[in-house]
Design a protein around this ligand. Structure first.
Ligand code: APR
Length: 233
């Protein structure tokens, strides 16, 4: 096992599947119930804010009811014990990485437990509902939306992510279908800068051909095993 000094990890819905949170594109996927355009776009929010607020109120409640699994806990251990540089980027809006012991998590698609005030731009940790138009704790306006990056909006902290990909000597993708950009392009960015690339996923993804190595299985099995290899190296 090589010794790595600078690791970037990207996770997707698959790492939280065993915690009971539905992924997006499986047969029972989240997008099966709601056309993406209706609940995950600014246009959908403008057209029917109540539907969108209720959709994310439901996501928020499910996140609060879920528990981190062995994969989240293994990445928490990696963050504590790995002596090199580590950036954990997630597409997920749940807080299971944090509750699994990771303290520095970059949520590029936003967070279910965060509310964003459209009147004053403040963000607030939010565990309740937004459908009833609660007052923003900062400005008092009833103007808060889910702090989620919708389709057509710019994911968060892209500069920081690209800078990390340019320095990484290992890029690991866990539990993502490689269906949505810019996240799906990270493996190519990392490879272009000489990083080794590893995919841990239940099945081959749209991007599997870009990876040096793909391991197929559940995250709760593959991630602790891989973390053990990295820390043992
Ligand atoms: N262990 C590992 N991988 C799993 C598991 C598991 N237990 N269960 C499912 N997977 C894999 C699936 O095989 C699939 O490749 O996780 C992936 C989930 O893919 P998607 O449902 O497309 O979720 P994701 O890749 O995170 O979607 C990316 O798309 O809709 C947007 O904003 C949304 O962040 C999301 C983005």
């Amino acid at each position: 096992m090589a010794v790595y000094r600078n690791i970037v990890i990207l996770t997707g819905a698959g790492i939280s599947a065993e915690s009971g949170l539905r992924t997006f594109r499986a047969d029972d996927g989240l997008w099966e119930d709601h056309p993406v355009e209706e609940v995950a776009t600014p246009e959908g929010f403008a057209r029917d804010p109540d539907l969108v607020q209720r959709f994310y109120d439901e996501r928020r409640a499910q996140v609060l009811a879920a528990e981190p699994n062995a994969a989240h806990r293994a990445l928490g251990r990696l963050e504590r014990e790995f002596t090199g540089e580590l950036l954990l980027v997630t597409q997920n809006i749940d807080d299971l990485h944090e509750r699994g012991g990771a303290s520095s998590v970059l949520h590029m698609h936003g967070e279910a437990l965060s509310a964003w005030c459209r009147a004053c731009d403040a963000r607030h940790l939010w565990q309740g509902t937004l459908r009833d138009g609660p007052a923003c704790p900062t400005c008092g306006e009833a103007a808060m939306r889910p702090d989620i990056v919708w389709f057509g909006e710019m994911p968060y902290q892209m500069e920081r992510i690209f800078a990390a990909l340019a320095e990484a000597d290992l890029f690991v993708s866990i539990g993502t279908s490689g269906a949505v950009y810019p996240a799906a392009g990270f493996v190519q960015q990392a490879a272009d800068h000489g990083a080794r690339t590893l995919e841990l996923n239940l099945e081959r993804s749209a991007g599997s051909h870009w990876f040096d190595e793909t391991r197929l299985g559940t995250a709760s099995t593959l991630v602790p095993q891989w973390v053990g290899e990295v820390l043992g190296a």
